[in-house]
Ligand binder design. Structure first.
Ligand code: BG6
Length: 524
C-alpha cells in the first residue's frame, strides 16, 4: 500500500537531503578553480565537471575559470584540460570534450597580492557580463592549504564574495587538509568565517561523495532487519580498512611527508566512515540532522593519550618491496621525502565509541600505502551464538582440531567491487553436521547495471545547488581533530628512533597484531 502524505514539512525534509531526485540543473554560475594546474584538478575536478556537463546536470550558461600562478592562456589551459580529459575520461567523444572546453578560461593570478585578486575580479565580472551569467559564484580551493586564508580574504576584498549578501550566491569549497591539528583547524575556521557565513563554507571530504558511503545510510535506516543488531549486544567488533597500493607517485611525497596517514586518511575519511556506521538514526535527512548524528559519535570517541597511544595505535612505514610483481622503492627513497623520515605510511588502531549503543565494542581502523590490494571496506563482525551447539572435535592421529561456527560478518565494500556481503554459517552437505561459512552478496554492478557516479561529480553538483548535506560541518571536523591531535602529540613527545617498517606489498608491520589482540585482521 502506498500512502501519500501532504504536509509542508515533507517538502522541507526531502529538499535538502542526499536522496532527492536531481532533475533540475543548478542556476547559471561561474566556477573559479584555484589550483587549476594541479594534480587534483587534472585527475578529479575537471573530469568531474566534464562528466556533469555530459550527463545533463549543468545549465547551458556557465564558465570555469582556472586560476594558477603559472603563465597560461585560455588556449594553453584548454589544451591541458583536453589532455587530462583524454586520460581520465577516455570514453568521451570529441564533441563532448569540445563542448566542455568552450566553457573553460584561465586567469594567471598571484593570489597573495591585491593586484592579483583585483585582476581576477575584473576577469570574472567581464566573463559574467559577456556570457550573461547571473553572478552566482563557486570558488574551489584546491591549492596548498597555506593559501586558503589569503585567497578567501582576497576574494572578500575584491568584492567577489560578500558575507551579507545571499543573492546572487557565492560559496567556497575548501579541500583537505583543513588544519594540521585541532588548534590550527579552529584558527583556520575562525579566520575564514570572518569573510564567509557558515552556509557559504563547504569543507569537502570526498569519501562522503562516494555512492557506497551514502548507501550506508540507506542500508542502515531504509531497512528494518539489520539496525536492531547494530549495537553492543550483538556486534563483537567493527573493522574499517582503507588499503592502497599506491606510494608517493609524482611529487606527492612533498605533501605527504609533513602529513602522514593519521592526518591524511584517518582524521577525515576513516572517522567519517566510522561515524556513518556507528551513528543513531538522524531526525531527518536534512543536512544539520545528519551532521548532528555524526557529531555525537565523534564526540563519544574515547580519547587516546600517552601510554594508551602506545597500546592501541601502531604506525609503520613501507620498506622496499613488490607491488603487482613490480619492485618498488622504500618510502624514504621516494622523491621529495626526507631520507631519515619517520612519517607513518600505515596505521592500525583500536578506537572505542563510548556511547549507550557501542560501549565496549572495539572499532579497529587500518590504513596504509603500498599494501597488497586497493580496498576500502567496513566489516561488522557479530557475536557468536551464546551456545556453541555445533562445536566438533576432529582428530587425525595425534592431532585434534576444534571446529566451531564462525561469526557472521556484514561487509560494506566501499571500493572496488562495490557492494555488501553477509557471511554466515550453513550446514555442509553430507552425513556429518559440519558448518561452513557461506555468503549472501549484493553487487552494485549486478543489481543496478549503472555506472556509479564519481564522488567529485556528486559533491560539485551539491555545492552548485547549495546542498551541504555531504560536506563537513566545522564542529564535526573539530571533533575529529580532538581525537587525532592527542595521538600526534604522544608521537611527537616520544619519537622512536625508527618506526616499524613493512615490505611494500604486505599488510603492514607485524606489530599491528598487538592492536587487535586475540582477534584477526581481515585479509580482504
Ligand atoms: C586522499 C588522500 O584524500 O584520499 C590520498 O590524500 C589518498 O593520500 C586518497 O590516496 C584516497 O582516495 P580514494 O578515493 O582513491 O580512496
Amino acid at each position: 500500500m502506498t500512502t501519500t502524505i501532504v504536509h509542508p514539512e515533507v517538502g522541507v525534509h526531502t529538499q535538502d537531503s542526499p536522496f532527492v531526485s536531481r532533475t533540475k540543473p543548478p542556476q547559471p554560475f561561474t566556477l573559479v578553480l584555484f589550483g587549476a594546474t594541479g594534480d587534483l584538478a587534472a585527475r578529479k575536478l575537471l573530469p568531474a565537471l566534464a562528466g556533469l556537463l555530459k550527463n545533463g546536470y549543468l545549465p547551458q550558461a556557465f564558465a570555469i575559470v582556472g586560476v594558477g600562478r603559472r603563465d597560461k592562456t585560455d588556449q594553453s589551459f584548454r589544451a591541458d584540460v583536453q589532455k587530462a580529459l583524454a586520460q581520465f575520461r577516455p570514453h568521451d567523444s570529441a564533441d563532448d570534450t569540445a563542448g566542455f572546453l568552450a566553457h573553460a578560461y584561465y586567469q594567471r593570478t598571484d593570489f597573495t597580492t591585491d593586484e592579483g585578486m583585483t585582476g581576477l575580479a575584473v576577469r570574472v565580472r567581464d566573463l559574467e557580463r559577456e556570457k550573461k551569467l547571473s553572478g552566482n559564484r563557486l570558488f574551489y580551493l584546491a591549492t596548498d592549504p597555506e593559501f586558503f586564508r589569503p585567497i578567501v580574504e582576497g576574494l572578500a576584498s575584491a568584492g567577489l564574495i560578500r558575507r551579507e549578501e545571499d543573492r546572487p550566491w557565492a560559496r567556497v569549497v575548501i579541500e583537505k587538509p583543513f588544519g594540521h591539528d585541532l588548534a590550527s583547524a579552529v584558527a583556520l575556521d575562525r579566520d575564514l568565517l570572518r569573510f564567509l557565513r557558515p552556509d557559504q563554507t563547504y569543507r569537502i571530504d570526498h569519501y562522503l561523495g562516494k555512492e557506497t558511503v551514502q548507501n550506508l545510510l540507506a542500508f542502515r535506516f531504509g531497512n528494518a532487519i539489520f539496525e536492531p543488531l547494530f549495537n553492543r549486544e550483538h556486534v563483537d567488533h567493527v573493522q574499517i580498512t582503507v588499503a592502497e597500493t599506491v606510494g608517493m607517485e609524482g611529487r606527492r611525497g612533498a605533501f605527504y611527508d609533513h602529513a602522514g596517514a593519521l592526518r591524511d586518511v584517518v582524521q577525515n575519511h576513516m572517522l567519517q566512515l566510522l561515524a556513518l556506521v556507528a551513528m543513531d538514526p538522524p531526525a531527518t535527512l536534512k543536512s544539520g540532522d545528519i551532521s548532528d548524528a555524526k557529531l555525537k559519535v565523534l564526540r563519544n570517541l574515547m580519547p587516546l593519550r600517552g601510554v594508551d597511544v602506545d597500546r592501541y595505535v601502531v604506525r609503520g612505514q613501507y620498506a622496499a618491496g613488490t607491488i603487482a610483481g613490480q619492485p618498488v622503492p622504500s618510502y624514504r627513497e621516494e622523491e621529495a621525502v626526507d631520507r631519515a623520515s619517520n612519517t607513518e605510511t600505515f596505521i592500525a588502531m583500536r578506537a572505542s565509541v563510548e556511547s549507550w549503543r557501542w560501549a565496549g565494542v572495539p572499532f579497529f581502523l587500518r590504513t596504509g600505502k603500498r599494501l597488497p590490494r586497493r580496498v576500502t571496506e567496513i566489516a561488522v563482525q557479530f557475536e557468536l551464538p551464546p551456545m556453541q551447539l555445533f562445536r566438533t572435535v576432529e582428530c587425525a592421529g595425534d592431532f585434534c582440531d576444534l571446529r566451531e561456527a564462525k561469526p557472521s560478518v556484514l561487509v560494506f565494500r566501499i571500493q572496488p567491487d562495490e557492494g555488501i556481503n553477509l557471511s554466515f554459517s550453513a550446514k555442509r552437505p553430507g552425513m556429518q553436521l559440519d558448518l561452513h561459512p557461506v555468503e549472501f552478496e549484493f553487487a552494485y554492478g549486478n543489481s543496478f547495471h549503472a555506472e556509479l557516479p564519481e564522488a567529485y561529480e556528486r559533491l560539485l553538483l551539491d555545492a552548485l545547488r547549495g546542498d551541504a548535506t555531504l560536506f563537513m560541518r566545522s564542529d564535526e571536523l573539530e571533533a575529529a581533530w580532538e581525537f587525532a591531535t592527542p595521538i600526534l602529540d604522544a608521537w611527537h613527545s616520544s619519537l622512536p628512533p625508527q618506526i616499524p617498517t613493512y615490505p611494500a606489498g604486505t599488510w603492514g608491520p607485524s606489530e599491528a597484531q598487538r592492536v587487535i589482540d586475540e582477534r584477526e585482521w581481515r585479509r580482504p
